[in-house]
Design a protein around this ligand. Structure first.
Ligand code: WTA
Length: 654
């Protein structure tokens, strides 16, 4: 049993940790105060941590004013991301390991890729891209396993000023095609197969299917991972490994404007179509690099491991760009936490003497359920700090992580941020801010959080407050726009509360000024730390012939945080059955990917709607949560009897 009273305590870092930390309490207070008082001076100085080909003269030019959302940082500066992540380390770190690659199968050898090798491989990929006509500003989609080639390809794009968009390897061919088409990519880089957890996914096969829905001008570069056979379309498919071997080992980097787009990352929003979040070059790199160093208290020589996939923003900022900009050694792991056994994470930590370990609460919860003996088997004495990301970490998981993995001596940084924010925005800075389990604690430098009343938009001025989390000023890592749709950008983030960036999250601020994120207040759910738009799952369901209507909500799930609960109304004449339920699950996997598969499907003869036809999701959420005693006002429903049927046949009775 967890001692609940202990979880209410405050946990400062040890004196030993604080003594070595980059930032202590006084340092945090001073730098935070300076960062909000004079952002121009603060960021002008912090931006010196990266190399500029041409220094900027303007630091900040940002506006959250309605009708004029415009965000520019270091605008007239020129730089190159790959030069910052690789070339500038060559004098001092050419033979230092940049990437430790740990394959899915522990019997396969790990690879240690030095900065010198990273330079050569990145240059070779850059030359291959150039040979295929990719130039500055072109979009390149990456659909890859967690292999070093993914990092080479990302860095190669930045070297020539191309814009990458990484699509998570777990997404379906349809999802891939939509992204390729939305950003009008010239080229897709993929691999033959992606091994994961002892199984393999046919990435090339999926790409072939996706390409049926894309322009026939799109080329496909294929890297070999397993070497198993795939089909080949002459003239469209090219062998990346062969072309890299034949390419020149050096490629000069180009000058890129600080505000030129660096990458697009598609993420779920409250409407059906995923949003193409655009990050630009200078501000993003400054912010990723600073947060990586400060939040994780990264020191030269440390081995840093973020367990995310490069298909998510966490992988962008904290596997590739933040660590490499800082000259770090970063671990890239192809596998899963539970294969070949539930000790894999800890085996890898011991094997590579990991110093900072960063993962998601969902992984902790699933490992916790399998028993602490899997942790105890491995020597975790190298660990200095632990991190958490993706959702609030529940006290039980926090306590287990702290006791069994951190042995009570590692600070746990609960980092709150989003695809849109580029890097951590609310996070304990470990040597400075004592932790409270479940709280992301305090704002990072330059971040100005405000708690607004959700309904009135009133700024809550007291220290203790509850409402929605908004930010009142820009920071360098902020997204700049949605690809091809600046109006949607303004509507999605700036229209609800005028003059503020709205995170979409609810939050509470306690008497010590600590922030507690309470979860999304929009129609986005958080499944195993992955964002999923309920509207996306709904549109997938209604695309099936048997389905007339669907409504999807989240419900509490022990391991995943939230599970996906779908209410489905079938077409007239279609009979519900377990077989159909399985078919619909498979359909959603096929349409979006395995992460979107509904956990529970309830057959709904009707959905609760207002007389104007709007689905009352509040009621559906309550029923899915098995909390139907307090449904609130149902008098505006067109047909209140619908609700009784839904309650009687609810799927979650836990
Ligand atoms: C949630 C992942 C509480 C939140 C980096 C946010 C969190 C969404 C935390 C962004 C945390 C992320 N505590 N909630 N430490 N970190 N979230 O874009 O709801 O995949 O809005 O970025 O995850 O998810 P995204």
């Amino acid at each position: 049993m967890t001692d609940q009273s202990a979880l209410k305590s405050v946990y400062p870092a040890s004196a030993e940790f604080v003594a070595k930390a980059h930032v202590d309490a006084a340092g945090y207070e001073a730098r935070y105060a300076a960062s909000v008082k004079d952002p121009v001076a603060f960021w002008g100085e912090e931006a010196q941590r990266i190399d500029w080909i041409k220094p900027f003269t303007r630091v900040k030019d940002t506006s959250f004013a309605p009708g004029n959302i415009s965000i520019k940082w270091f605008e007239d500066g020129l730089l190159n991301v790959s030069a910052n992540c690789i070339d500038r380390h060559m004098l001092t770190r050419a033979n230092q390991t940049a990437i430790i690659w740990e394959p899915d199968d522990p019997k396969e050898p790990a690879q240690h890729i030095t900065y010198a090798q990273l330079l050569e491989n990145t240059c070779r990929v850059a030359n291959v891209l150039k040979a295929h006509g990719v130039t500055k500003g072109d979009r390149v989609v990456l659909y890859m396993p967690m292999i070093p080639e993914a990092a080479y390809a990302m860095l190669a794009c930045t070297r020539i000023g191309a814009i990458h968009s990484v699509v998570f390897g777990g997404f379906s061919p349809d999802a891939l095609a939509n992204r390729v088409n939305d950003c009008e990519a010239k080229l897709v880089i993929t691999a033959d197969w992606a091994p994961r957890g002892g199984k393999k996914t046919g990435l090339k096969d999926n790409t072939d299917k996706a390409m049926l829905h894309c322009s026939d001008k799109v080329k496909v570069l294929v890297t070999k991972r397993t070497g198993d056979q795939t089909s080949w379309v002459e003239g469209r498919d090219f062998d990346l490994n062969a072309e890299m071997a034949a390419a020149r080992p050096y490629c000069p980097y180009v000058e890129v404007g600080a505000e030129d787009p660096m990458f697009i990352l598609y993420t779920s929003g409250s409407t059906g179509k995923p949003k193409g979040v655009v990050h630009t070059t200078g501000g993003y790199l400054v912010f990723a690099s600073l947060t990586h160093q400060v939040t994780f208290d990264y020191h030269d020589g440390d081995v840093f491991w973020c367990t995310a996939d490069v298909g998510w923003v966490t992988g962008h900022s904290y596997i590739v760009y933040g660590p490499l900009a800082n000259g770090a050694t970063t671990v890239m792991f192809e596998g899963v936490p539970t294969w070949p056994d539930a000790g894999r994470f800890w085996e890898v930590c011991a094997k590579h003497k990991v110093n900072q370990f960063y993962t998601a609460p969902t992984a902790i919860r699933s490992l916790m359920g399998l028993g602490a003996e899997w942790v105890e088997k491995h020597d975790l004495s190298s660990l200095k700090l632990l991190g958490s990301v993706g959702e609030p970490i529940n006290p039980e998981a926090w306590s287990w992580y702290n006791t069994h993995v951190g042995k009570g001596k590692c600070p746990i940084v609960d980092t709150f941020w989003q695809t849109e924010t580029g890097g951590h925005i609310i996070t304990p800075i470990p040597g400075a801010i004592p932790q409270k389990p479940g709280s992301a604690t305090k704002p990072f430098f330059g971040i100005r959080p405000e708690v607004l009343d959700a309904a009135t938009g009133q700024v809550q001025t007291g220290t203790e407050a509850e409402g929605v989390l908004c930010l009142s000023d820009s920071w360098p890592g902020q997204m700049r726009t949605l690809w091809g749709d600046h109006q949607r950008f303004e509507e999605a983030y700036f229209s609800q509360y005028k003059g503020y960036y709205f995170t979409g999250d609810g939050c509470r601020r306690d008497a010590d000024g600590y922030y507690w994120i309470t979860g999304r207040v929009d129609d986005v759910i958080n499944v195993s730390g992955h964002r999923m738009g309920t509207a996306e799952v709904e549109s997938a369901l209604v695309a099936h012939d048997a389905v007339a209507e669907a409504a999807v909500v989240g419900y509490p799930h022990d391991i995943k945080g939230q599970g996906i609960y779908a209410y489905v109304t079938l077409m007239k004449g279609v009979e519900p059955s377990d077989d159909l339920r399985k078919k619909l699950e498979a359909w959603v996997r096929h349409e979006i990917g395995p992460i979107a598969k509904p956990d529970l499907i309830q057959w709904a003869p009707g959905l609760p709607k207002t007389r104007s036809g709007k689905i009352m999701r509040r009621i559906l959420r309550k029923i899915a949560e098995n909390d139907f005693g307090s449904l609130g006002d149902t008098s505006t429903l067109a047909d209140p009897a619908v609700v009784d049927d839904l309650i009687a046949n609810r799927m979650n009775r836990g």
